[in-house]
Write a protein that binds this ligand. Structure first.
Ligand SMILES: Cc1cc2nc3c(=O)[nH]c(=O)nc-3n(C[C@H](O)[C@H](O)[C@H](O)COP(=O)(O)OP(=O)(O)OC[C@H]3O[C@@H](n4cnc5c(N)ncnc54)[C@H](O)[C@@H]3O)c2cc1C
Length: 480
């Protein structure tokens, strides 16, 4: 396979821009500043770069990241991506092949990327926004439920086994809440769908909601009891610090170029890794490794975390001391009260086509978060945000992930959309089992579903996505 040379975007938490790194393996630097690789080498043209202010990362346990790889390495297995998916795949490969070494390679620090930036909902129930009852095909919905519950169980058991107490995993369910007519209709329709699926849920009327979630803003909510809430960065940090002994984790080691034939060779800043088999668990960045270009979209969404509320402020709003609300409208606001009495707000989207953060975005969306916060908690206008950040979702247009073989000796679990905590965990584990010859009902399901579908080329892709996002955010009304 031959690859054309493209502009290389690099950096960890740095300002996005064209630049050069990872000259290892390059015989020269060209006059345009790009490393010169033989035609058999694919330069990775966008490397992860997230903003420096992820609240969950900074308010969780400080840990010493594992050292970057210096020089060359060889192993039977390499896994790229130290998020929920990669951590699960590396763990299960190591357990399935106890005599092999598994290299887990993360371009940033574990807990700093999207897996440590999300809203921390480990959701069990399916929610198909394209179906009138939000459940759709019952057979598929049952598989999705099983997949999500499998991910939940794996994470729950690991938290118990390794006593990852700072992950604050609590089985409290979630409220899906609405204030606009459209959102109220969604709750009723979804309740019908969940009942058909045999899933318990409860409607809570607006007048009763303040005693649950400390705000009278919403008109109605649907409570589903199966969701668990976590401090996501603390959870992935804890998972990374409790990997099997035959996993070697390298952090701050972005893979800058790749060769597939005759062997898989991964280039990084100071050397090369040769692997017999590679698992791509790097979400939308997997598309920059030559697979499914433009099919897994780096959609960024944004979160803010307040300072901890004082005892008086907690009393002012009332309600339970730990809860999570997701919106009835996909463009609405997610909201949480955390274990340390902060309030969390998530809303707004941008399409960052290169998968990297855009300077200035967090300042812009902090203002949107402020508005959403004050609508919900008008008695807390003096409570400021300590952190605002963004993170990239690997979204696909049909909502499906990629699971399976990408080419000889290369496998992937990519594009978990907005549910990668549980789905990534389950899929990473199932992929490692499949590679060990173990097959489950869910493996067959994942292998049988359609792949992420094709999108139009640029500039039509960006135009279409940006139009959809702008329209969605404008139509969300008070749900935002
Ligand atoms: C604000 C926000 C809220 C969300 N809320 C929820 C929620 O409540 N519940 C839920 O289930 N999901 C939620 N999500 C989605 C969830 O976070 C993702 O689905 C999940 O993180 C996907 O996990 P992953 O391991 O597949 O990928 P990622 O977490 O994206 O991990 C991939 C890793 O690969 C690394 N990488 C990429 N390229 C390279 C390279 N070249 N070399 C080395 N390393 C590389 C990246 O640094 C990254 O750490 C949310 C996302 C955001 C942004």
């Amino acid at each position: 396979m031959e690859f054309s040379r493209r502009k290389v975007l690099i950096g960890t938490g740095a300002v996005a821009g064209a630049g050069v790194i990872g000259t290892a393996g390059a015989s020269a630097i060209l006059s345009d500043g790009l490393p010169k690789y033989p035609d058999s080498v694919l330069p990775i043209d966008a490397l992860p770069s997230d903003d420096p202010t992820p609240g969950w990362f900074h308010t969780s346990r400080k840990r010493e990241p594992k050292a970057p790889l210096i020089g060359d390495a060889h192993a039977r297995w390499a896994v790229i991506g130290g998020g929920f998916t990669g951590l699960a795949a590396a763990r299960q490969l190591a357990l399935n092949f106890p005599n092999d070494t598994v290299l887990l390679i993360e371009g940033q620090q574990v807990g700093f990327g999207t897996s440590g930036r999300n809203a921390g909902f480990l959701i069990d129930v399916p929610h198909d926004i394209s179906a009138p009852d939000y459940i759709g095909d019952q057979k598929i919905a049952r598989h999705v439920l099983n997949l999500n519950q499998t991910g939940q169980k794996i994470l729950f058991d690991l938290v118990e086994k390794y006593k990852i107490e700072d992950a604050q995993l609590r089985h409290v369910g979630k409220y899906q809440a609405a204030v606009e007519d459209e959102g109220l209709h969604v709750l009723d329709a979804y309740r019908g769908g969940l009942e058909k699926l045999g899933q318990h849920c409860e409607i809570i009327e607006g007048k009763d909601l303040p005693s649950h979630i400390g705000t009278s803003f919403y008109k109605k909510a649907l409570h589903t009891p199966g969701t668990m809430l976590v401090q996501p960065s603390a959870l992935v940090k804890g998972l990374a610090d409790n990997l099997p002994e035959n996993v070697i984790l390298y952090e701050d080691t972005p893979i800058t170029a790749i060769e597939y034939e005759p062997k898989v060779v991964l280039h990084h800043a100071s050397g090369k890794i040769t692997a017999d088999k590679l698992v791509l668990a790097n979400n939308h960045f997997g598309t920059h490794f030559g697979f499914m270009p433009g099919r897994i979209l780096p959609m960024f969404t944004y979160g803010s975390l307040t300072r901890p509320l004082t005892a008086e402020e907690q009393a002012r709003i009332g309600g339970k001391d730990f809860w999570g609300v997701i919106p009835a409208d996909p463009f609405g606001t997610t909201c949480r009260r955390t274990h340390d009495n902060r309030l969390f707000i998530r809303n707004s989207f941008t399409f960052n086509a290169d998968g990297r953060y855009k300077p200035g975005a967090t300042e812009r969306f902090r203002k949107a978060h402020r508005l959403s916060f004050e609508r919900r908690f008008p008695s807390l206008t003096d409570v400021g945000f300590e952190y605002t950040w963004g993170g990239g979702l690997g979204m696909t247009r049909n909502g499906n992930s990629f699971f399976g073989q990408l080419r000889k000796n290369v496998y992937g679990s990519l594009g978990c959309n907005g549910l990668g905590t549980v789905r990534g965990t389950a899929m990473g584990t199932l992929l490692a089992d499949w590679l060990a010859g173990k097959r489950h009902e869910l493996t067959d399901f994942l292998l049988s579903v359609d792949k992420p579908n094709i999108n139009p080329p640029e500039p039509f892709l960006s135009m279409g996505v940006n139009f959809t996002l702008r329209r969605g955010m404008a139509n969300a009304g008070l749900e935002a």
